[in-house]
Ligand binder design. Structure first.
Ligand code: AMP
Length: 401
């Protein structure tokens, strides 16, 4: 069973081809600069590579190119798209409409497109890619859509409501949705397996820390609260996103700078976070290097992040009335011993004690970091959103056979 996983952004289309017989990656790549030129980079599991500048006026041309690269030339891996059994798409915003993975129909694509108001950068791009995929693929190839928000649809109203007039929730659907759900679902299940405990009995704080970061309270396998909100801007400090800020500071800054709403959005999404605070970079490695070299603002950005992570771990432990495990994933969570170490420092009152030596050595591998006498287990769990999308797609197809 071969499944193609597609992750479309506004100007990019990432893909991965998986053999679900052994869950191995066959090939992966990225079409980017859609609408402003075009470029494809592609590599196969056996090390063949293809790279080229292209003309991608829309997602359709990008999809046609990825079909060409997968099926022809030196880095091809299949003879025709007929060998693909199904396609799974990552969709950022499913709002309250989609609480699980569904098969793609014209109505589903239209609904995803209609939700674009809630995810302006992503949902329209997803709809374009879904339509492009439908046009290019043989008609009998089933497609599924897996939503970033779906995992968080189990949050209770006390967690997802904002203290704004209720009418705006009813009329405009203003509430916390949460994101990275595919990752939180994948890693919390992988953690339960590693701990050899049923997921349905565990209280987990899942820290997905990357360029975008979110932390989720997973109780008995369900998301009960999470840090990202109406959009992926809320929560902890991120690469270029500000995370949680007093809303009055936002209106104050808007007035001072004379910003329009979209200019303010750009300021909060692209110019803040690590980049805005440190003035050095949005990248954790650069900020960390600058901090070690003595840059005070970089030191501040680094400690702000670890402090905020600690607060959410403590807050979510209180929300769940207990904590069995904390897990770290994402580019930072899997690789940065500094961030993990900072977040777990002085947390012994909560039952968190990690092996500092092991923490320093651990990069990108499933590892238990906590000491034997730590009440709470602490783990690094590598995420694999593509694999979860492919698994979901496969399960749905089998269900509908
Ligand atoms: P992601 O968005 O999940 O790809 O994560 C990107 C973030 O991970 C960037 O801030 C990187 O600096 C950080 N990152 C990746 N590799 C490392 C590493 N070896 N050490 C520290 N941070 C890393």
């Amino acid at each position: 069973m071969i499944i193609l996983v597609v992750n479309a952004g506004s100007s990019s289309l990432k893909y991965q081809l998986l053999n679900m017989d052994d869950e191995s990656m066959i090939a992966k790549g990225n079409c980017d600069r859609i609408g402003i030129g075009g470029h494809i980079s592609h590599k196969t599991a056996d090390g063949r590579k293809f790279e080229a500048d292209c003309e991608f006026p829309t997602h359709t041309e990008a999809f046609e190119k990825l079909v060409e690269v997968l099926t022809t030339g030196d880095a091809s891996v299949i003879k025709s798209m007929n060998e693909i059994d199904a396609v799974g798409h990552r969709i950022v915003q499913g709002a309250e409409v989609f609480s699980k993975t569904v098969l793609v129909t014209d109505e589903v694509i239209d609904k995803i497109d209609e939700l674009r108001e809630l995810a302006p950068v992503h949902n329209h791009a997803h709809a374009l890619a879904l339509r492009a995929c439908k046009n290019v693929l043989p008609a009998n190839v089933p497609q599924a859509v897996v939503f970033d928000t779906a995992f968080h649809q189990t949050m209770p109203p006390k967690a997802y409501m904002f203290g704004l007039p209720y009418e705006d929730y009813e009329q405009y659907h203003v509430r916390k949705y949460g994101f990275h759900g595919t990752s939180h679902r994948f890693v919390s299940a992988a953690l339960a397996k590693a701990m050899n405990r049923p997921l349905e009995e565990l209280k987990i704080v899942s820290c997905h820390l990357g360029n975008g970061s979110s932390i989720t309270a997973v109780e008995n396998g369900k998301s009960v609260d999470t840090t990202m909100g109406f959009t992926p801007l809320d929560g902890v400090l991120m690469g270029t996103r500000c995370g949680a800020v007093d809303p009055s500071a936002i209106t104050f800054v808007m007035e001072k700078h004379g910003f329009t709403p979209s200019e303010m959005s750009e300021y909060m999404n692209k110019k803040s976070g690590f980049l805005g605070v440190s003035g050095v970079s949005s990248d954790n490695r650069d900020v960390n290097d600058a901090a070690v070299a003595g840059n005070k603002r970089a030191q501040l950005a680094a400690t702000m992040l670890t402090y905020q992570i600690k607060k959410y771990i403590g807050g979510f432990a209180a929300a769940m009335n207990g904590l069995d495990a904390v897990l770290f994933t994402g580019g930072i969570g899997e690789n940065s011993w500094e961030v993990r170490g900072g977040a777990c420092k002085d947390m012994d009152f909560l039952g968190i004690k990690i092996d500092d030596e092991l923490n320093r050595k651990t990069r990108g591998t499933l590892t238990k970091l906590s000491l034997p006498d730590s009440k709470v287990e602490v783990w690094v769990v590598p995420t694999n959103e593509e694999l979860l999308i492919a698994r979901d797609t496969l399960a749905l197809i089998n269900q509908n056979k």
